[in-house]
Design a protein around this ligand. Structure first.
Ligand code: KE4
Length: 432
């Protein structure tokens, strides 16, 4: 076992003054056993913990570090502007530059508003859809996670799943009544839900490629079907691309699948690791947002100039370096195909889903296409696998219900190391 004495000491202290000792539940290792590891620094493909142990990182801050940690691209941009002060509470040039950059990159975005997290983006997009349509209900998909806004903590995925209680206390029945949930990839169920709630549904919000029940791709025709239903029924189609945006392609899942949502929510990569979220889309809808329109949304640090410098550097680099997507696709395919080949050779009760540089090893023989099939995963086996890989210095998402994120910093040698480590760890799971 690696020495983690300092982490343990910090966790004891943290647990006295921070709920569960962490500032976000999924970091708590609840789903995999053991205590969370406290990180000290990171560079490229590696994170180093407070005890000096190094880990090959496949979380990459849950997506943002697509160029690897402490990328010179972002560091240099932030260092250049630090002396100009951190926040003004007044508009700045960089916010205009950032908005123009996003509009030039994301196919459906004509107007965009910066916020400080993915949750703020999704909460705001739903309020906007309700304000624009005058309708109250939203449709979300079981296992999809759109942040911790009350409307979304119904059959939520990600961290909510690790607590085994997707519906959170504190969410009122009134709020829950306005959130309708349907199985992902079940277009007939969506049609039926819309018929049963005729003229009451303001928005359908979807992770176009789900990352938060593990990686689950849309079935052929599913996203197209949502677009048709929304057009027919006057429903706002919201693509939650907080995770997929700028990752599955420069223009996100909407570019990859050629579907034009009405609103898109963004986060993670958009800030290069700084707290940035955004929502944007169709001009007519976005012009309903205050102060242009009446749908109120605000934020003290929205468009923060330091965060904008980081985000502009990140997005500009991605826009000017299309090879990034080829690199992370190749690395991801190499790793997931290598593991899949071993699973087939050994006939192990596992399956793999991958879209671009997002992938998940599920500990179930089932093909995972939705929440119910994801939940057939053997979480004990996953926990054993996670801990075994961690002891080999490979840091995976501490939950079966998460996607892994590959960065350009992972070399072919390291990818080979990961595949070999996974094989050994799978032996530990199934053959001991
Ligand atoms: P944040 O509020 O955490 O910035 O974004 C919420 C959010 C919205 N939409 C999607 C599709 C997301 O994946 C997220 C956040 N993702 C999780 C990881 N699955 C964040 C990690 C955490 O909760 O600590």
């Amino acid at each position: 076992m690696l020495n983690r004495a300092t982490s343990e000491e910090l966790f004891k202290r943290a647990s006295k003054v921070i709920p569960g000792g962490v500032n976000s539940p999924v970091r708590a290792f609840k789903a995999v056993g053991g205590n969370p590891i406290f990180m000290k620094s990171a560079k490229g493909a590696y994170m180093t913990d407070v005890d000096g142990n190094q880990y090959l990182d496949f979380i990459n801050s849950w997506g943002p570090m697509i160029l690897g940690h402490a990328s010179d691209v972002v560091i240099d941009a932030v260092q250049k502007v630090l002396a100009d002060s951190f926040s003004f509470g007044a508009p700045t040039r960089r916010e205009v530059d950032m908005a123009e950059l996003i509009v030039s990159i994301v196919p459906s975005v004509e107007v965009v508003r910066m916020v400080n997290s993915g949750t703020e983006a999704t909460m705001s997009a739903v309020r906007l859809a309700r304000g624009y349509t005058g309708r109250d209900k939203i449709i979300k998909f079981e296992g999809c996670y759109h942040g911790h806004g009350d409307s979304f903590l119904i059959a939520a995925g990600s961290g909510a799943m690790t607590l085994g209680a997707p519906d959170s206390p504190g969410v009122t029945q009134g709020v829950a009544n306005d959130t309708l949930t349907v199985a992902f990839n079940d277009l007939l169920a969506v049609e039926q839900c819309v018929v049963e709630n005729k003229n009451k549904v303001a928005a359908i919000i979807v992770e176009p490629v789900v990352g938060n029940m593990g990686c689950v791709p849309p079935a052929p025709g599913f996203l197209e079907g949502l677009r048709i239903i929304c057009d027919k029924e006057g429903i706002v189609l919201i693509f939650d691309e907080v995770m997929t945006g700028f990752r599955l392609s420069l223009g996100g899942a909407q570019e990859l699948y050629g579907i034009r949502p009405d609103l898109t929510t963004m986060g993670k990569i958009i800030g290069g690791g700084m707290p940035v979220g955004a929502y944007g889309g169709n001009k007519e809808i976005m012009q309903q947002v205050a102060p242009a329109g009446k749908v109120y949304q605000a934020g003290t640090l929205s468009g923060n100039p330091i965060a904008m410098a980081a985000g502009i550097a990140m997005l500009t680099h991605l826009k000017n370096t299309p090879s990034v997507y080829q690199t992370i696709e190749q690395t991801s395919a190499f790793i997931s195909d290598g593991i899949l080949q071993y699973i087939k050779e050994k006939n192990l009760p596992c399956s793999v889903n991958r879209v671009g540089s997002m992938f998940t090893l599920f500990f179930t023989k089932e093909k995972v296409t939705d929440f119910n099939t994801a939940k057939t995963s053997d979480l004990v086996a996953f926990g054993t696998f996670f801990r075994s890989m961690l002891e080999k210095g490979i840091y995976l998402a501490p939950s079966q219900y998460e996607s892994l994120f590959v960065s350009t910093a992972i070399t072919k040698e390291q990818a080979t190391q990961v595949v070999e480590a996974a094989k050994t760890s799978l032996v530990e799971v199934f053959e001991k």
